[in-house]
Design a protein around this ligand. Structure first.
Ligand code: FAD
Length: 328
């Protein structure tokens, strides 16, 4: 009986949600008095095993093949699913990245396991996994229990605490053979095309500055971008700003956009509609700038400024510049 974490990686590095899943896997394994083990599939990924071990994995199953260089849904699901069937870990976790959200249901169906997606808290109750996740646009929290022997969950990025890695730790490595089948070659991911903005990915950013309809037009997002770049932040947007064509859909935060949980979320000219809150209200610190003192965003804000954003944002930007200059 053990806890497994499937380690998601991209461009030669482990993704932050993978580190969070490894940390949570280790916490649960310690609670159960069992081992945390990891699985990594890809091409030239064995070099990532030391980092995986530093988060407490005692063993890493490495599945290497050129066909696995990029995420390949049928091949990944087959080879990892077969390994799970054979070794029977009790719990299988993965970060809720796009890959995790696609791969885990495929594996769950193959192995006949229950899957709790988008979890924000995990517990062990009577020796089994209990998963907690938000539902109905964040209005309720659902507790999920499992009937299946194997219990699977994806973890909402930026919610679970990441452990301090211990680089003195090592893990056993078991290489798992991979024999391609016809099905594995039917589809192939050629490359990831992501818009190179130089800013962090919205779902993985520690800080986000978002603009809404109050920005009045796409050109004024330069104010948001300048502040975001100073803070090393990602840029987000409300659906109103996206629907108006001011920002790409990939920037949208909320029920029908991305769920984010950064350390700091700055909402500028955003009213705080329930559908927007569904995507950002779990942020650790929320700052709101809005000219309407009754705007609902202030109900979730830790710090609010009632004022005209076109005056307030430049002042904030100047303040950050000065603070940075003083820091040297
Ligand atoms: C099924 C469904 C799904 C949805 N999904 C999403 C989603 O994923 N994400 C999302 O964001 N919305 C979503 N919406 C839309 C949501 O209901 C709101 O319409 C939207 O969030 C409003 O965006 P906003 O806050 O930018 O605009 P508004 O509600 O118009 O608010 C603009 C705010 O800017 C302030 N403002 C204006 N001028 C200034 C100024 N000069 N200085 C300071 N403040 C100023 C105003 O006081 C106001 O509070 C969804 C709706 C539905 C029905």
């Amino acid at each position: 009986m053990s806890i497994w974490v499937i380690a998601d990686h991209r461009k030669g590095g482990l993704r932050k949600p993978a580190l969070e899943a490894l940390s949570e896997g280790k916490r649960l394994a310690d609670q159960m008095g069992t081992a945390m083990e990891a699985v990594i599939a890809g091409h030239n990924v064995e070099g990532l095993c030391n980092e995986i071990a530093s988060y407490g994995a005692e063993k890493v199953y490495v599945i290497e093949h050129e066909l696995l260089t990029n995420y390949n849904p049928p091949a990944y699901a087959r080879v990892i699913g077969d390994l799970i069937k054979e070794r029977q870990p009790q719990i299988v976790l993965m970060g809720g990245t796009m890959t995790g959200r696609d791969l885990m249901p495929r594996i769950a169906a193959r192995v006949g396991a229950g899957l709790a997606p988008d979890c924000i808290k995990l517990e062990i109750v009577d020796g089994k996994l209990k998963a907690i996740r938000p539902a109905i646009a964040g209005k309720v929290r659902v507790e999920i229990g499992f009937k299946s022997e194997i219990q699977m969950a994806t973890l909402r990025p930026n919610v679970f605490e990441k452990l301090e890695p211990d680089t003195s730790k090592t893990a056993d490595i078991e290489k798992v053979p991979f024999e391609p089948t016809d099905l594995d070659t039917k589809q192939k991911l050629l490359e990831f095309l992501s818009k190179e903005t130089g800013r962090p990915e919205l779902t993985e950013a520690e800080t986000i500055v978002s603009g809404g309809r109050g920005m009045k037009g796409p050109e004024n997002f330069a104010l948001i971008e300048e502040l975001a770049d100073l803070l090393g932040a990602a840029v987000g947007a409300s659906r109103a700003a996206v629907d108006a064509g001011w920002r790409p859909q990939s920037d949208q935060v909320g029920q029908t956009g991305k769920t984010v949980t950064p350390n700091l979320y700055v909402a500028v000219g955003i009213s705080g509609a329930i559908q927007h809150l569904a995507g950002m209200s779990s942020s650790k610190h929320i700052v709101a700038i809005n000219k309407d003192p009754d705007a609902p965003i202030f109900n979730v804000a830790d710090f609010g400024v009632v004022g005209d954003l076109f005056k307030v944002v430049p002042l904030v930007t100047e303040g950050v510049k000065k603070a940075k200059a003083q820091e040297g």
